[in-house]
Design a protein around this ligand. Sequence first.
Ligand code: FE
Length: 197
Amino acid sequence: MLEIKSLNYNVGALQPIMSAETLHFHHDKHYAGYVAKANELVPAKWANKTLEQLVHLARDKGEIALFNQVAQVWNHEFFFEGLSLNLEDHEIPENLLSYIRKDYNSIDNLKDELVRTALARFGSGWVWLVWEDNHLKVQSTLNAETPCGLKGFKPLWTLDVWEHAYYLDYQNKRLDYATEVVNNAINWRVIGARLGL
Ligand code: FE
């Protein structure tokens, strides 16, 4: 049985980048809805599996309806954990900074790549910063697809580019949403921790 994971911050903590109203609907309605639907679909034989195991099993066995729900649960928890407006979370760990300079020359180039990728994603999906073959890479996935559990990938950060993530605050302006979040709300401390730094 999957449980709804509370946010690590209060619902207004990301204002003005993300309004309390957006975060309320996003966490308490959309994300919670994926958890409820996933629980309806998980077969009894998998009742004791972890969320990661369910993503892996559903993908492996071609259980697409279940995969879409559990992957969205995982993606959303990963997304919410990666956001912060606290200044101490904006300090980029030294080793991470050197990886960024090696692969993207500068932090601004990496941020541009994240925003460009958000804009280029046709339809709903996710933008990812991942660690692959000892390099940082930016990529995107469609709908619920996720790098969770894929061999060789360590997901480090994600941006939700489904319209429900930004429509209340930015309407159709995905560029503005992505630009604001990427420049002001990335939790770099969490990314460092995910890299084991
Ligand atoms: Fe979402």
